[in-house]
Design a protein around this ligand. Structure first.
Ligand code: NAP
Length: 271
């Protein structure tokens, strides 16, 4: 049996075990995926230990994603984003970040093209970094709006090296949204337990807007409810979660991931 795992602290809330075990079962693979609580000071030993034990691969979650950069050989995207969420052992210890591709596939699944689009990205944290680089590399014009505007400015100046990005605060978004095609929330606003929070309300939206909330707990966020009121198209955070996991699965196994099975398992667990 081949073993896989997610390392984090805390990690018991992770949906990755249910998602990947469902995929292994669907493909009849003799593999198992577990969650392991690992403190940051033990991360190097844990990754090298998994490598020595012949693990098929790892995921990393809070608070280990940034620290892993010093331990693994990072891919171009992981280095640029500054965080590793997937480790593969086939060719040494290589770190990837699949969040950007996960977001791109979530949009693509809904038939949304990125190239040439005007995007408002709320947030400048870890997930926003992955999204901003992916969107800019794929030809979008990215407006990064963050509560701490200095953080948005720092990210925009990095993203400008690979594409088009602008920084702003969270005030005065109304007129910008009028010109936007896609609005993405990559802040923690709306996340359990403060589920009523939303940065943008329905009166600021329009019916041609695509609203993508990467928060997945709850699945139906306040922002998505506001978007529906405005007649906008919506994409929930489960789609990105599943596609970033599917990309990790593809990296480790070389197989086409059973995305529908993975999504069903995650949605069942979140009910
Ligand atoms: P993070 O690095 O801690 O960044 C948090 C972001 O949220 C920052 O931009 C922060 O702004 C902003 N924020 C927090 N509280 C706020 C408030 N009250 N008002 C306005 N802005 C606020 O977190 P992260 O890792 O990027 O994760 C963000 C969210 O994305 C979480 O809900 C996470 O679960 C979700 N996520 C989903 C997926 C997926 O696959 N669907 C993947 C990754 C993350 P400041 O800079 O001003 O503090």
């Amino acid at each position: 049996m081949k073993l896989f795992g997610v390392l984090g602290d805390p990690v018991s809330h992770s949906l990755s075990p249910v998602m990947h075990n469902a995929a292994f079962k669907a493909l009849g693979m003799d593999c198992a995926y577990h969650a392991f609580r690992v403190r940051p000071e033990n991360l190097k030993d844990a990754i090298h230990g998994a490598y020595a034990l012949g693990f098929g691969g790892l995921n990393l979650t809070i608070p280990l994603k940034e620290k892993a950069l010093e331990i693994v050989k990072p891919s171009v995207a992981a280095k640029e984003i500054g965080a590793v969420n997937t480790v593969d052992f086939k060719d040494g210890i290589v770190g990837y970040n699949t969040d950007g591709i996960g977001a791109k596939k979530a949009l693509a699944e809904s038939g949304i093209e990125i190239d040439g689009k005007n995007v408002l990205l709320l947030g400048a944290g870890g997930a926003a970094r992955a999204l901003a680089f992916q969107l800019a590399r794929d030809g979008a014009s990215v407006n990064i709006a963050n509560r701490t505007v200095e953080r948005a400015q720092a990210l925009a100046s990095e993203v400008n090296k690979v594409g088009r990005a602008k920084a702003l605060g969270l005030e005065n978004l109304r007129s910008l949204i009028k010109e936007c095609d896609i609005l993405i929330n990559s802040t923690a606003v709306g996340m359990f337990p403060e589920v009523s929070g939303t940065i943008v309300s329905s009166d600021m939206m329009h019916s041609d807007l695509v609203v993508f909330d990467i928060v997945y707990n709850p699945v139906e966020t306040g922002l998505l409810r506001e978007a529906r009121k405005a007649g906008a198209r919506t994409i929930d955070g489960v789609k990105m979660l599943v596609h970033q996991g599917a990309e990790a699965f593809r990296i480790w196994t070389g197989k086409i991931p059973p995305v529908d099975v993975m999504e069903k398992a995650v949605r069942e667990k979140l009910k």
